[in-house]
Design a protein around this ligand. Sequence first.
Ligand SMILES: [Zn+2]
Length: 272
Amino acid sequence: MESTNKNKIFLSIAVVVTFTFFIIAVVSIFFTQKTDKIQKEKIALIKDNLTLKRSIEKKEVDYALLREKIGDIEEIVNEKSIDNKNIEKLLQTLSTKSKKLIVDSIPSGYPLNSKRVTSEFGYRIHPVYGKKRFHHGLDFGGKLGTPIISTADGIVEFSGFDKGYGNLVMIHHNFGFKTAYGHMLKNLEVKKGDFVKKGTVIGYLGNTGISTGPHLHYEIKYIKNVINPKNFLSLNIENFDKTIKRENSILWKGLIGAVMNQYGRIGLARLL
Ligand SMILES: [Zn+2]
Protein backbone atom coordinates (compact mmCIF):
# COMPACT_ATOMS: atom_id res chain seq x y z
CA MET A 1 0.00 0.00 0.00
CA GLU A 2 2.77 2.35 1.02
CA SER A 3 4.71 1.48 -2.12
CA THR A 4 1.70 2.33 -4.34
CA ASN A 5 1.45 5.74 -2.65
CA LYS A 6 5.14 6.29 -3.19
CA ASN A 7 4.74 5.41 -6.83
CA LYS A 8 1.84 7.86 -7.14
CA ILE A 9 3.88 10.64 -5.53
CA PHE A 10 6.81 9.79 -7.75
CA LEU A 11 4.58 9.78 -10.80
CA SER A 12 3.02 13.11 -9.79
CA ILE A 13 6.46 14.68 -9.34
CA ALA A 14 7.52 13.27 -12.72
CA VAL A 15 4.42 14.73 -14.37
CA VAL A 16 4.94 18.14 -12.70
CA VAL A 17 8.65 18.18 -13.66
CA THR A 18 7.91 17.14 -17.26
CA PHE A 19 5.14 19.75 -17.50
CA THR A 20 7.44 22.42 -16.06
CA PHE A 21 10.15 21.52 -18.58
CA PHE A 22 7.56 21.60 -21.33
CA ILE A 23 6.38 25.07 -20.26
CA ILE A 24 10.01 26.27 -20.01
CA ALA A 25 10.72 24.87 -23.50
CA VAL A 26 7.63 26.52 -25.00
CA VAL A 27 8.35 29.82 -23.26
CA SER A 28 12.01 29.79 -24.30
CA ILE A 29 11.11 28.97 -27.93
CA PHE A 30 8.62 31.84 -27.85
CA PHE A 31 11.17 34.28 -26.45
CA THR A 32 13.93 33.11 -28.82
CA GLN A 33 11.61 33.81 -31.74
CA LYS A 34 10.65 37.14 -30.24
CA THR A 35 14.34 38.05 -29.74
CA ASP A 36 15.12 37.01 -33.32
CA LYS A 37 12.31 39.22 -34.57
CA ILE A 38 13.53 42.15 -32.47
CA GLN A 39 17.09 41.54 -33.70
CA LYS A 40 15.91 41.56 -37.32
CA GLU A 41 13.91 44.73 -36.73
CA LYS A 42 16.96 46.29 -35.11
CA ILE A 43 19.14 45.45 -38.16
CA ALA A 44 16.47 46.83 -40.49
CA LEU A 45 16.31 50.01 -38.40
CA ILE A 46 20.11 50.39 -38.51
CA LYS A 47 20.00 49.96 -42.30
CA ASP A 48 17.19 52.51 -42.59
CA ASN A 49 19.10 54.89 -40.40
CA LEU A 50 22.20 54.49 -42.56
CA THR A 51 20.22 55.12 -45.75
CA LEU A 52 18.63 58.16 -44.15
CA LYS A 53 22.03 59.41 -43.00
CA ARG A 54 23.43 58.99 -46.51
CA SER A 55 20.45 60.74 -48.06
CA ILE A 56 20.84 63.62 -45.54
CA GLU A 57 24.55 63.83 -46.41
CA LYS A 58 23.67 63.91 -50.13
CA LYS A 59 21.03 66.59 -49.51
CA GLU A 60 23.61 68.64 -47.57
CA VAL A 61 26.03 68.39 -50.53
CA ASP A 62 23.23 69.38 -52.95
CA TYR A 63 22.34 72.29 -50.67
CA ALA A 64 25.98 73.44 -50.53
CA LEU A 65 26.19 73.28 -54.35
CA LEU A 66 22.96 75.22 -54.64
CA ARG A 67 24.28 77.89 -52.22
CA GLU A 68 27.40 78.12 -54.34
CA LYS A 69 25.33 78.56 -57.51
CA ILE A 70 23.18 81.24 -55.85
CA GLY A 71 26.43 82.93 -54.79
CA ASP A 72 27.68 82.84 -58.39
CA ILE A 73 24.41 84.29 -59.68
CA GLU A 74 24.49 87.04 -57.04
CA GLU A 75 28.05 87.82 -58.05
CA ILE A 76 27.11 87.98 -61.75
CA VAL A 77 24.09 90.19 -61.01
CA ASN A 78 26.26 92.55 -58.92
CA GLU A 79 29.00 92.59 -61.55
CA LYS A 80 26.46 93.38 -64.24
CA SER A 81 24.77 96.18 -62.35
CA ILE A 82 28.16 97.76 -61.64
CA ASP A 83 29.42 97.11 -65.16
CA ASN A 84 26.32 98.39 -66.94
CA LYS A 85 25.74 101.42 -64.68
CA ASN A 86 27.92 103.80 -66.63
CA ILE A 87 27.01 102.36 -70.03
CA GLU A 88 25.39 105.63 -71.10
CA LYS A 89 28.72 107.50 -70.86
CA LEU A 90 30.55 104.71 -72.66
CA LEU A 91 28.03 104.71 -75.53
CA GLN A 92 28.47 108.44 -76.03
CA THR A 93 32.20 107.94 -76.66
CA LEU A 94 31.60 105.37 -79.44
CA SER A 95 31.65 106.45 -83.09
CA THR A 96 29.34 104.89 -85.70
CA LYS A 97 32.32 103.02 -87.10
CA SER A 98 33.10 101.54 -83.67
CA LYS A 99 29.48 100.50 -83.25
CA LYS A 100 29.61 98.76 -86.62
CA LEU A 101 32.74 96.88 -85.52
CA ILE A 102 30.93 95.69 -82.40
CA VAL A 103 27.76 94.68 -84.28
CA ASP A 104 29.90 92.70 -86.74
CA SER A 105 31.88 91.00 -83.97
CA ILE A 106 29.02 89.56 -81.92
CA PRO A 107 26.03 87.41 -82.98
CA SER A 108 23.50 89.76 -84.55
CA GLY A 109 20.72 89.51 -87.09
CA TYR A 110 18.58 86.52 -88.09
CA PRO A 111 20.13 83.10 -88.73
CA LEU A 112 17.75 82.52 -91.66
CA ASN A 113 15.47 84.33 -94.03
CA SER A 114 12.37 83.88 -91.86
CA LYS A 115 11.27 85.96 -88.91
CA ARG A 116 8.54 83.55 -87.82
CA VAL A 117 9.36 82.63 -84.20
CA THR A 118 7.39 79.50 -83.32
CA SER A 119 8.73 79.04 -79.77
CA GLU A 120 10.18 81.66 -77.45
CA PHE A 121 13.15 81.44 -75.08
CA GLY A 122 12.29 80.45 -71.49
CA TYR A 123 9.96 78.04 -69.70
CA ARG A 124 7.36 76.33 -71.85
CA ILE A 125 5.47 73.07 -72.04
CA HIS A 126 7.75 70.83 -74.13
CA PRO A 127 5.98 69.78 -77.36
CA VAL A 128 7.32 66.18 -77.15
CA TYR A 129 7.66 65.50 -73.37
CA GLY A 130 4.50 67.45 -72.42
CA LYS A 131 6.27 68.75 -69.29
CA LYS A 132 7.46 72.20 -68.22
CA ARG A 133 11.02 72.59 -69.51
CA PHE A 134 13.39 75.49 -70.08
CA HIS A 135 13.74 76.27 -73.79
CA HIS A 136 17.34 77.38 -74.31
CA GLY A 137 16.82 79.12 -77.63
CA LEU A 138 14.39 80.48 -80.17
CA ASP A 139 12.61 78.31 -82.73
CA PHE A 140 12.01 79.61 -86.24
CA GLY A 141 9.47 78.06 -88.56
CA GLY A 142 10.34 77.82 -92.25
CA LYS A 143 10.44 75.65 -95.34
CA LEU A 144 12.64 72.54 -95.38
CA GLY A 145 15.93 73.39 -97.04
CA THR A 146 15.94 77.13 -96.14
CA PRO A 147 19.64 78.13 -95.88
CA ILE A 148 20.90 78.74 -92.31
CA ILE A 149 23.66 81.29 -91.81
CA SER A 150 26.18 82.02 -89.07
CA THR A 151 25.24 85.22 -87.20
CA ALA A 152 28.89 86.23 -86.55
CA ASP A 153 32.44 85.35 -87.58
CA GLY A 154 33.81 82.33 -85.75
CA ILE A 155 35.30 78.85 -85.67
CA VAL A 156 33.08 75.77 -85.95
CA GLU A 157 33.28 73.93 -82.63
CA PHE A 158 30.88 71.09 -83.50
CA SER A 159 29.27 69.86 -86.69
CA GLY A 160 27.40 66.57 -86.58
CA PHE A 161 24.46 64.66 -85.17
CA ASP A 162 23.09 64.98 -81.66
CA LYS A 163 20.17 62.86 -80.40
CA GLY A 164 18.19 65.89 -79.18
CA TYR A 165 19.40 68.68 -81.44
CA GLY A 166 19.52 66.55 -84.59
CA ASN A 167 22.07 67.81 -87.13
CA LEU A 168 23.77 70.54 -85.18
CA VAL A 169 26.42 73.21 -85.77
CA MET A 170 28.01 75.05 -82.85
CA ILE A 171 30.18 78.09 -83.54
CA HIS A 172 32.70 79.70 -81.21
CA HIS A 173 32.85 83.49 -81.67
CA ASN A 174 34.98 86.23 -80.16
CA PHE A 175 34.43 87.90 -76.78
CA GLY A 176 32.75 84.98 -74.98
CA PHE A 177 29.96 84.18 -77.48
CA LYS A 178 28.85 80.88 -78.95
CA THR A 179 25.89 80.09 -81.18
CA ALA A 180 24.14 76.79 -81.92
CA TYR A 181 21.86 75.83 -84.82
CA GLY A 182 19.81 72.65 -84.42
CA HIS A 183 17.47 70.23 -86.27
CA MET A 184 19.10 70.94 -89.66
CA LEU A 185 19.18 68.64 -92.71
CA LYS A 186 22.01 66.10 -92.95
CA ASN A 187 24.04 67.98 -95.58
CA LEU A 188 25.83 70.42 -93.24
CA GLU A 189 28.05 72.86 -95.12
CA VAL A 190 30.79 73.23 -92.48
CA LYS A 191 32.95 70.93 -90.38
CA LYS A 192 34.71 71.22 -87.02
CA GLY A 193 37.59 73.71 -87.16
CA ASP A 194 36.29 75.65 -90.19
CA PHE A 195 36.38 79.46 -90.07
CA VAL A 196 33.03 81.01 -90.94
CA LYS A 197 32.10 84.60 -91.73
CA LYS A 198 28.90 86.30 -90.60
CA GLY A 199 26.41 85.24 -93.26
CA THR A 200 28.17 82.00 -94.31
CA VAL A 201 25.67 79.22 -95.07
CA ILE A 202 26.32 76.44 -92.54
CA GLY A 203 23.38 74.12 -93.30
CA TYR A 204 19.70 73.92 -94.19
CA LEU A 205 16.48 74.00 -92.17
CA GLY A 206 15.37 70.47 -91.29
CA ASN A 207 13.34 68.36 -88.91
CA THR A 208 15.99 66.12 -87.30
CA GLY A 209 16.48 65.12 -83.64
CA ILE A 210 13.65 65.66 -81.16
CA SER A 211 11.47 67.87 -83.32
CA THR A 212 7.76 68.02 -84.15
CA GLY A 213 8.07 69.81 -87.48
CA PRO A 214 10.52 71.65 -89.78
CA HIS A 215 12.18 74.42 -87.76
CA LEU A 216 15.50 75.91 -86.71
CA HIS A 217 16.51 75.94 -83.05
CA TYR A 218 18.85 78.90 -82.53
CA GLU A 219 20.86 79.44 -79.34
CA ILE A 220 23.28 82.12 -78.11
CA LYS A 221 25.63 81.45 -75.21
CA TYR A 222 27.58 84.18 -73.44
CA ILE A 223 30.41 82.97 -71.21
CA LYS A 224 28.71 79.98 -69.57
CA ASN A 225 25.05 80.94 -69.87
CA VAL A 226 22.44 80.63 -72.56
CA ILE A 227 20.83 84.01 -73.20
CA ASN A 228 17.68 85.14 -74.96
CA PRO A 229 18.67 85.81 -78.62
CA LYS A 230 15.70 88.17 -79.16
CA ASN A 231 17.53 91.52 -78.72
CA PHE A 232 20.43 90.31 -80.89
CA LEU A 233 18.18 89.53 -83.85
CA SER A 234 17.36 93.19 -84.36
CA LEU A 235 20.70 94.64 -83.22
CA ASN A 236 22.06 97.12 -85.76
CA ILE A 237 23.86 100.46 -85.83
CA GLU A 238 20.60 102.45 -85.81
CA ASN A 239 19.20 100.88 -82.63
CA PHE A 240 22.61 100.13 -81.08
CA ASP A 241 22.36 102.33 -77.94
CA LYS A 242 18.75 101.36 -77.19
CA THR A 243 19.39 97.62 -77.63
CA ILE A 244 22.57 97.60 -75.58
CA LYS A 245 20.89 99.42 -72.68
CA ARG A 246 18.00 96.96 -72.78
CA GLU A 247 20.17 93.83 -72.91
CA ASN A 248 21.29 93.10 -69.38
CA SER A 249 22.76 89.62 -69.84
CA ILE A 250 26.06 90.96 -71.21
CA LEU A 251 28.91 92.69 -69.38
CA TRP A 252 29.06 95.43 -72.03
CA LYS A 253 31.85 97.55 -70.57
CA GLY A 254 34.41 94.75 -70.79
CA LEU A 255 33.14 93.56 -74.15
CA ILE A 256 33.19 97.00 -75.80
CA GLY A 257 36.67 97.56 -74.34
CA ALA A 258 37.91 94.24 -75.71
CA VAL A 259 36.44 94.82 -79.21
CA MET A 260 37.89 98.34 -79.42
CA ASN A 261 41.27 97.20 -78.15
CA GLN A 262 41.47 94.38 -80.71
CA TYR A 263 40.45 96.55 -83.66
CA GLY A 264 42.59 99.41 -82.40
CA ARG A 265 45.60 97.12 -82.60
CA ILE A 266 44.71 95.99 -86.10
CA GLY A 267 44.24 99.62 -87.16
CA LEU A 268 47.60 100.48 -85.71
CA ALA A 269 49.23 97.52 -87.45
CA ARG A 270 47.80 98.73 -90.78
CA LEU A 271 49.25 102.18 -90.21
CA LEU A 272 52.68 100.72 -89.50
ZN1 LIG B 1 14.10 74.92 -79.82
